[in-house]
Design a protein around this ligand. Structure first.
Ligand code: SAH
Length: 263
């Protein structure tokens, strides 16, 4: 399965999806010298990123100026395999290897906004994947611990974040359905994979006043939930329907489950 999350939210801007590239013809975008010293046309990723933020993020209702700034800043094209870089700013998830995907930009922004970060939190992300969502969160919080179960993805994300100088993100390898007790409690927790139910360790590792954003439901469609811990009690809000790859682990789905066997 290679769908990380497809938002089902109505998209009033989609009628014009191709306008992005038409407005920024590649031949005029950015030039760089090739081996012959001649100018070669290349994609203007910064212009594509600005367009992505206008069409996919602002127009769909993301209001937080901090989230918008983070989406404008983090170079998504450097978080996808080179063969997908040209599609990095399109309105969709993309393969990142190991059968996993980087989430659609809108989903990354909507989940970040739902966490209501003020910059002082320690944040746990479960499902680091490419490290892109963690990089966005790192601009909104004090520090981010992102757990990834697939060693190859975790190693690549760690190397990438170091190279790009995201100095307040730590990638850890393990089953994030158990949380990451060493860093608890967390002011915010984001789960980037679909869970059959809310993993209790994540609730336990949430600080007083903390927010947990997690897709919960059957393997083929989930509801994005926000759980807030106030005076020890939990408030649960349903944000919107979505579809993520499965959270595989002790408090997620069993490895190899086709979608009907919560562990
Ligand atoms: N946030 C990522 C995309 C997440 S895709 C990004 O920005 O690129 C979901 C990821 O969750 C996959 O990489 C998958 O390997 C990972 N995953 C699944 N179950 C997990 C678990 N129990 N603990 C940690 N990571 C898990």
């Amino acid at each position: 399965m290679d769908i990380t999350c497809v938002s089902f939210k109505a998209d009033p801007s989609n009628r014009n999806a191709n306008a992005t590239l038409q407005r920024f013809p590649r031949a005029l975008a950015v030039t760089s010298a090739n081996g012959n010293g001649l100018a070669a046309a290349g994609p203007d990723f910064e212009a594509e990123r600005r367009e992505m933020v206008v069409r996919q993020i602002r127009r769909r209702g993301i209001r937080s100026s901090r989230v918008i700034e983070a989406m404008e800043t983090v170079p998504r094209h450097l978080f996808v395999p080179p063969e997908h870089a040209a599609a990095a700013y399109t309105d969709s998830p993309l393969p990142i290897g190991e059968g996993q995907t980087i989430s659609q930009p809108y989903i990354v922004a909507a989940m970040a906004e739902a966490l209501s970060l003020d910059g002082r939190e320690r944040v746990l992300e479960v499902g680091a994947g490419s490290g892109y969502q963690a990089a966005v969160l790192s601009r909104l919080a004090q520090e981010v611990i992102a757990v990834e179960t697939q060693p190859a993805l975790g190693a690549a994300a760690r190397e990438r974040l170091t190279r790009l100088a995201f100095t307040n993100v730590w990638i850890e390898e393990g089953d994030g359905s158990l949380g990451w007790p060493a860093g608890a409690p967390y002011g915010a927790i984001l789960v980037a994979a679909g869970a059959p139910a809310i993993p209790q360790p994540l609730v336990d590792q949430l600080a007083e006043g903390g927010r947990l954003v997690i897709p919960v439901g059957p393997a083929d469609h989930q509801e994005l939930l926000r759980i807030t811990k106030k005076e020890g009690k939990l408030k649960t809000e349903s944000l919107f329907p979505c579809r993520f790859v499965p959270l595989i682990g002790l408090h997620g789905w069993r490895p190899g489950a086709t979608g009907s066997t919560p562990s």
